[in-house]
Design a protein around this ligand. Structure first.
Ligand code: PEP
Ligand code: MN
Length: 265
């Protein structure tokens, strides 16, 4: 079980430090699944900032199930994220899939995301431990809590103590109605076991935008420190994960509800 105080992870963003931690206000991360083009990422950044998000998320390298699906725009998407951060003042969170891209990803992002499919890529985790940017470690889709905490330990043991854990749903037997089963019990369980901050991703956790608000509020009630929510200016036209993406208007409505149930940073 956990010994000592909850960790506070301080992330420098263009508009000052944002702190993730048990005793800190809720930090909301929002943005599209993929960075598709300049216009959509700038527009999304502007909207989610106005609604109260502190970080813009968006994939440049996408770990798609099919090799024929859109794979992300790579380096040019990283440049668009940098531009969106500059224009909006939001911090950036984006995924690194391959350690060969680590340097260029670390150059633009404020927090480096490790996706579900790479949670046990131990050589990548060791490299992330040997650099300074905070790491967002998503739970593997079939990972136990123990697997997940040990994956985090690889980063910590390699020298980087700034790790945020993100529950994004585990494999479900009911693919008909939800994409994954969002394990909200992970929140109190992790609280017992670790000092690390806890983020919940109800977008990948459910797969459907209409379920995101309920699960976001449930996650707050269960004590999460942060939320990651997919937002797209035109979800039906999204190149990835449109079905689970909120419109900017729906996101704004949700943020107003979250303000009632939580202190949002
Ligand atoms: C994502 O955040 O866009 C993503 C691919 O998530 P996950 O690794 O949880 O599937
Ligand atoms: Mn996605």
């Amino acid at each position: 079980y956990r010994h000592g105080e909850a960790s506070e992870i301080v992330v420098n963003t263009p508009e000052g430090d944002v702190v993730f931690g048990e005793h800190k206000p809720l930090v909301v991360v929002a943005g599209p699944c993929s960075v598709e083009n300049e216009e959509m990422i700038l527009e999304t950044a502007k909207c989610v900032k106005a609604s109260g998000a502190r970080f813009l998320r968006g994939g440049a390298y996408k770990p798609r199930t099919s090799p024929y699906a859109f794979q992300g725009h790579g380096e040019s998407a990283l440049e668009l994220l940098a531009a969106a951060s500059k224009a909006s003042g939001l911090g950036i969170i984006t995924e690194v899939m391959d350690s060969a891209d680590l340097d260029i990803v670390a150059e633009v992002t404020d927090v480096i995301q490790v996706g579900s499919r790479n949670m046990q890529n131990f050589s990548l985790l060791k490299k992330l431990g040997a650099q300074e940017k905070p790491v967002l470690l998503k739970r593997g889709m079939a990972a136990t809590i123990e697997d997940w905490l040990m994956a985090a330990e690889y980063i910590l043991a390699s020298g980087n103590s700034n790790v945020i854990l993100c529950e994004r749903g585990i494999r479900t037997f009911d693919r008909q109605y939800t994409r994954n089963t969002l394990d909200l019990s992970a929140i109190p369980v992790l609280r017992n076991l670790t000092h690390l901050p806890i983020m919940i991703d109800p977008s990948h956790g459910t797969g459907w935008s209409s379920y995101v608000p309920s699960m976001a509020k449930a996650a707050i009630a269960a004590g999460c420190d942060s939320l990651m929510i997919e937002v797209h200016p035109n979800p039906p036209k999204a190149l990835s994960d449109g079905s689970q993406s909120l419109t900017p208007e729906a996101f704004d409505g949700l943020m107003k509800e979250l303000l009632v149930v939580s202190k949002v940073m």
